[in-house]
Every structure is written in structure tokens, then in C-alpha cells.
Design a protein around this ligand. Structure first.
Ligand code: CTP
Length: 141
């Protein structure tokens, strides 16, 4: 079974770790032998265009961090949000897993045979929260 997931994974935090652990748990419970967890890490430019901000941690470092998380087999750079289907096909993914902030967004992939799972987000943490905490607690005094 091949699971694919995507994200920016900037300022790596517990919510990021939890979704990767969740993917690994599903793989571990599968009876398949050819299990793989593939992670698409969004490029600096994609983030700049999508969120209007460059990530704090550059793509080379974000790739290196994700590649070395227990259970991750392969990483690649996600250059554009519009190519989810192409990436899923390229990596022969059976299941796409995303946090439930993306609920419904990737349901169109189901007609191509993919299973799509939206995991409930880890509460009270996000990259945006971390950035805001830094601004509010350290920079505004
Ligand atoms: N994620 C999660 N729980 C969180 C934060 C993220 O499950 N608390 C999941 C997202 O739903 C996504 C993956 O982790 O599937 C990568 O999320 P990303 O967008 O990189 O992280 P965020 O912290 O949500 O970043 P931002 O605040 O910039 O949107």
C-alpha cells in the first residue's frame, strides 16, 4: 500500500509529526508488503504564491527534516497545488491523507481510484500560531 501526503511543514511541529505518525500507523495495519509513505513538501515559491509568504525554513531543509522522520520513505518537492492527481499517479498512491482543514478539497481524486482520508487536525498548533506567538511575545515589547 502506498500512502501520499502533502504539506509545507514549515517550523516543524507536533501537528506535522502526528499526521505522519497517523499515515505510518495505517501502513503498519495494512496486510500489504509493499508499504510506502511518500511526502510532497511544497516548494518555497508555491508557499510564496499561495500564502503570500516564503517559509521560514527553506525547501532543502524542510525536505531533509521530513525525509528523516521515522516512517517516511520518500520525499519530493510539490511545485504546484494543481498537480495532485499527477503526483498521486507518478507515485502510484493508493491513499491520500490530509488534515481536515482540507476537508472535501481532494474528493475529486476518488473517481481515479484513490482513497482520500481527512485526519482531524491536532488542536491548538499551527505554523501560523507559532509565528504569531513569536511576534506577540517577543517582538511587540
Ligand atoms: N496538520 C495537522 N494538524 C495541525 C497542523 C497541520 O494535522 N495542527 C496537517 C495539515 O492538515 C496538513 C499537514 O499537517 O495535512 C501539513 O500542514 P501545514 O499546512 O504545513 O501546517 P500548518 O501548521 O497548518 O501551517 P499554516 O499555519 O502555515 O497553515
Amino acid at each position: 500500500m502506498i500512502i501520499i501526503t502533502f504539506g509545507s511543514f514549515d517550523l516543524f511541529h507536533i501537528g506535522h509529526l502526528n499526521i505522519l505518525k497517523y499515515c505510518k500507523k495505517i501502513l503498519n495495519n495494512s496486510k500489504d508488503k509493499n508499504n510506502k509513505l511518500i511526502v510532497g513538501v511544497s516548494s518555497d515559491n508555491l508557499n510564496k504564491n499561495k500564502k503570500g509568504k516564503l517559509p521560514i525554513i527553506n525547501i532543502e531543509n524542510r525536505l531533509e527534516i521530513i525525509k528523516n522522520i521515522n516512517g517516511v520513505d520518500e520525499v519530493f518537492i510539490e511545485e504546484t497545488l494543481e498537480k495532485k492527481l499527477e503526483y498521486c499517479k507518478k507515485y502510484n498512491a493508493d491513499i491520500l491523507i490530509m488534515g481536515d482543514d482540507h476537508l472535501g478539497e481532494y474528493d475529486f481524486l476518488k473517481k481515479y481510484g484513490l482513497k482520500v482520508i481527512y485526519k482531524p487536525r491536532t488542536k491548538n498548533i499551527s505554523t501560523t500560531d507559532i509565528k504569531n506567538k513569536i511576534i506577540n511575545n517577543y517582538l511587540s515589547k
